[in-house]
Ligand binder design. Structure first.
Ligand SMILES: Nc1nc2c(ncn2[C@@H]2O[C@H](COP(=O)(O)OP(=O)(O)OP(=O)(O)O)[C@@H](O)[C@H]2O)c(=O)[nH]1
Length: 491
């Protein structure tokens, strides 16, 4: 009997077994033939109980109904019982060893800050961090954020000891000076106009914080612009001797509008641009990540709307003081510093749990406390460092107009040496309608419905009972500077 006949016969036989068809005498003869020990020698086929049975593989590929589970089936009298047992044992052993492997698995990659540190120490090609090894080393001893008021003991696969010992060591050592580096920048067209997204690394945590810069000087090299460009010093710096112009352009260190025909790498800026008094300071918002509000469109909070509103407000033309010799307005200018501090720094997991506690009747502050967190665990040192890198620190004559209702943010920036020349309130859109009807001081664009057409995240203002409760708690328990009578008008 030829090899082809055996393959064909076997696959037919298997499909008959599957469909409960009658097995003929010739099928039975084939079975006998296949299961006799002599076959092993004659055709160099191993028997059914071999780990990889060529006949079974041929049959499996010929029959679409054969799955890997069928290898354990009792197709071949005489050998099946033993073979099935053997296969079962092999499967059990494999599963056990896989489980053992999975349980013993430890990431070979390690945290990014460790990798950065190693790269710095070896000084390899990929060493594109400006952070000195010493600083990185001291950062290594620190808890995730020194500014965090709460340190809960945590056990991770890489660190089976509770974090308390690490924390006490860290408290003794002084935190390193914060260093940030803009790793890449790109233009993002938005409904409010173009913005430039800057991605930052830092020596304090392993998160990728962002700056969303709105600045006409970013996309035009027109030197007649009234205000100095908001440019990242670390991005425009030369990172290595062998860096090409194209390397610089790809990481975003270019000036003007980038296109196939316009490619102008930027040069390091040594001279800080000094602001004149006549130009209003840039409008800045420090915004903390809120996955639920910004991505899912949750109406438990106004975070998504605030992010959208901040970019809208910063992009609006700015009125200039009256002067016959100069234009009356200039293009909007400023930045949103987007910090990865989900859930006021407690992280998404805890925030989700906190929402369930809030559904049980607790407010946003109590829910955090019940989970062992502080009401607010955020820090703003990294935000201040990013603002300094963008040339928005007071040393350069620039103060900032800060878009916030949160007094903590104003204090934190001032503590970091930044000058907050004005706090610009962020009144929730739904409240502004109330404000308009109550006090006659609404936003003309909002009232005309223009804003609803250009929101990035939501069609219109966020509103609802959950939101009112949340905002009222922020006013009453967190000292947020919003007019309470507007919250009350919701009840
Ligand atoms: N723990 C917790 N965090 C929340 C809740 N709702 C929103 N957040 C988080 O609160 C933070 C809101 O931060 P921001 O928008 O920067 O501002 P803020 O402190 O409210 O101050 P403003 O500048 O006035 O908006 C984000 O990190 C959200 O994820 C909540 O119910 N519980």
């Amino acid at each position: 009997m030829s090899r082809a006949t055996i393959y064909y016969g076997t696959s037919k036989l298997i499909s008959k077994v599957h469909s409960d068809e009658l097995v003929t005498e010739s099928d039975a003869a084939l079975l006998d033939l296949l299961t006799t020990p002599q076959w092993q020698g004659k055709l160099k086929f191993s028997r059914r109980d071999a780990a990889l049975d060529p006949l079974m593989l041929a049959a499996a590929s010929a029959s679409s109904r054969t799955t890997r589970n069928h290898y354990q089936h009792d197709f071949f009298p005489g050998t099946a019982a033993e073979s099935t047992e053997r296969v079962k044992r092999a499967v059990e052993q494999t599963t056990q060893s896989q489980e053992r492997k999975r349980m013993a698995y430890v990431s070979r990659q390690g945290p990014r800050r460790l990798r950065l540190q190693n790269q710095n120490l070896v000084g390899g090609k990929e060493n594109d961090s400006p952070l000195s090894p010493d600083l990185l080393k001291s950062a290594e001893n620190l808890p995730p954020s020194v500014s965090r008021k709460h340190q809960s003991p945590s056990i991770t696969p890489a660190n089976p000891q509770p974090a308390t010992e690490v924390t006490s060591l860290a408290v003794q050592s002084l935190p390193p000076a914060i260093e940030v580096k803009c790793m890449a920048r790109t233009r993002i067209p938005t409904p409010h106009g173009p913005v430039f997204l800057h991605l930052y690394h830092n020596n304090r945590d392993s998160k990728e914080h962002l700056a969303i810069v709105v600045d006409p000087a970013q996309y035009t090299d027109n030197s007649s612009l009234l205000a100095p460009p908001i440019r990242s010093r670390s991005l425009d710096a030369v990172w290595s001797d062998d860096e090409t112009d194209m390397d610089r352009i790809i990481r975003g260190a270019y000036i003007g509008k980038l296109s196939a025909t316009s490619q102008h790498p930027s040069r390091p800026s040594h001279q800080p641009s000094i602001m004149t008094n006549t130009i209003p300071s840039p409008l800045v918002r420090i915004h903390s990540e809120c996955f639920t509000g910004e991505t899912v469109g949750s109406m438990r909070c106004d975070c998504g709307e605030q992010l959208d509103e901040a970019i809208r407000l910063i992009s609006r033309p700015i009125s200039l003081p009256d002067d016959a010799s100069s234009p009356r307005t200039m293009l909007g200018r400023g930045a949103v510093i987007y910090l990865k501090q989900e859930g006021r720094g407690i992280g998404l997991l805890s925030k989700i749990r906190a929402y369930n506690l809030q559904d049980l009747g607790h407010d946003t502050v109590t829910a955090n406390l019940m989970l062992g967190h502080q009401a607010d665990e955020r820090g703003y040192e990294i935000a201040a460092a990013i603002l300094r890198d963008l040339g928005l620190s007071s040393e350069l004559g620039e103060g900032v107009r800060l878009l916030t209702n949160n007094p903590d943010k104003v204090q934190a920036l001032e503590k970091e040496g930044l000058r907050v020349v004005e706090r610009v309130p962020m009144v929730p859109r739904s409240w502004r309608h109330r404000s308009n009807s109550k006090a006659g001081a609404g936003d003309a664009e909002l009232d005309a419905g223009k804003v609803a057409d250009v929101t990035m995240i939501m069609g219109e203002a966020v509103r609802g009972e959950d939101l009112d409760k949340y905002l009222r708690t922020k006013i009453l328990r967190m000292g947020h500077l919003l007019p309470l009578y507007l919250a009350d008008s919701a009840s």
